[in-house]
Design a protein around this ligand. Structure first.
Ligand code: HEM
Length: 385
């Protein structure tokens, strides 16, 4: 019924890459999360607050850059400043998620208003900067000495260039590579960070849930563990409930990817003509009092003895969407979020700076395509192990 709106080849390429590549990069996740733990330990020593919003954005950006480009922020000579990548991702998702006048007034009048308000110009500007960045990375890979397969089994750019060389079973162009990179950057960097930021925010606001999740993690993993690895992911049930509850209240992509009707349909008595764009509001569904008891409250326990899951089969909880356009990187995203939260909650206790209380935290949201906590989350870590 619903028409798919994007290029099928990019989708096919993406699915192939996610299946063959993303699940094999567990060691990159472990290394990057370990670096975060190390940095937070330094702040704990000084008892100074950590900007967790920045920390989580840097973590997901670092993982994405290593996986996609084979390039490491921590190496000198990284082609683009880490802060600039994070800014570009935010600018692009904001620009792409905003409606343009042409969306409502197709043709001349829409284009005139877009020109007047410089909407299209903003979108073009960030797209050009990202395009130049991708081109630079591709050129760098194509230098005789430059194909940087730093992390076996090779980064995504190297893999895709190989697919061009080897004339794989579907043909790829450089534009396809850039489209895939654009997808990965815009969909992959801020979503995971946003989830971890809101999870920590809600836990600090809800001390009982914080106590329970830390007790559960520490009891499951045992005391004074030197290393927590991917093998520990999935073992702590209450942490899984915390993540589900965070997705319910704060889905990072509140409106799913738009769909378009292919023929006339009727939904709850409303006639929807063909070629109508459909927007699904996962945020509102997650707070719908007809579906959830005390919908505005953070209650991870609601998922105990419940089969409701976020994998696209339960329409009450749709943080990753559903159907053929469901997020192809769901497993990668969950592994990153769970590992990141598990380590920070195991090794540290957390409090608000300057004697503030959890209930003082500002909960305002900002964004368009993705929605993030407006003010950075600043918390003071206390090293436990
Ligand atoms: C917690 C983290 C994440 C959340 C909540 C999330 C959520 C979503 C949602 C809601 C969609 C639209 C699905 C639909 O409309 O049915 C989507 C699509 C997508 N996501 Fe994710 N995502 C996350 C992480 C990632 C990561 C880490 C990557 C890549 C590295 C990624 C890549 C994509 C791509 C490429 C699409 C577009 C698929 C298409 O157009 O067919 N996502 N994601």
């Amino acid at each position: 019924m619903l028409q798919q709106t994007k290029d099928a080849r990019d989708r096919k390429t993406l699915l192939w890459l996610y299946r063959h590549h993303f699940l094999t990069i567990w060691y990159i996740r472990e290394e990057e999360v370990d670096l975060v733990v190390k940095k937070v330990s330094e702040s704990a020593l000084k008892q100074s607050p950590v900007d967790l919003s920045k920390t989580f954005f840097s973590l997901t950006a670092a993982i994405t850059c290593r996986v996609a480009l084979g390039q490491n922020f921590h190496d000198s000579g990284f082609v683009i400043d880490q802060d600039r990548i994070e800014e570009l991702v935010t600018e692009s998702t904001t620009a792409l998620g905003s409606f343009t006048f042409s969306d409502f007034f197709p043709g001349g009048p829409g284009r005139f208003l877009d020109c007047l308000f410089r909407t299209q110009k903003r979108i073009n500007k960030v797209s050009e900067e990202l395009d130049a960045f991708y081109q630079h990375v591709i050129d760098d890979h194509l230098k005789p000495s430059g194909r940087k397969i730093l992390d076996a089994p090779g980064d995504i750019v190297a893999l895709m260039l190989d697919m061009i060389d080897k004339n794989y079973y579907f043909k790829l162009s450089v534009d396809n590579i850039k489209a895939v990179l654009m997808n990965i950057f815009l969909a992959g960097v801020d979503t995971g960070a946003i989830t971890m930021i809101w999870a920590m925010t809600e836990l600090v606001r809800n001390p009982k849930a914080m106590k329970r999740v830390q007790e559960n993690i520490r009891a499951t993993l045992g005391v004074k563990r030197e290393r927590i690895t991917e093998e520990d992911v999935g073992k702590v049930d209450y942490l899984k409930h915390v993540i589900k509850e965070t997705f319910r209240l704060h889905p990072p992509v509140p409106f799913l990817v738009p769909r378009e009707t292919m023929s006339h349909i009727k939904i709850q008595g409303y006639d929807i003509p063909p070629k109508t764009q459909i927007h699904i509001n996962a945020w509102t569904i997650g707070r719908d009092p007809k579906r959830w008891t005390d919908p505005e409250d953070f209650i991870p326990e609601r998922f105990e003895n419940s089969s409701v899951d976020f994998r696209g089969q339960h329409f009450d909880l749709l943080p990753f969407g559903s159907g053929r356009r469901i997020c192809p990187a769901m497993s990668l995203a969950i592994a990153t979020v769970e590992l990141g939260l598990m380590k920070l909650l195991y090794y540290f206790d957390w409090s608000m700076p300057n004697g503030m209380k959890g209930e003082d935290i500002d909960m305002e949201e900002i964004g368009t395509l993705t929605v993030v906590k407006k003010l950075p989350l600043q918390l003071v870590p206390l090293q436990r192990y």
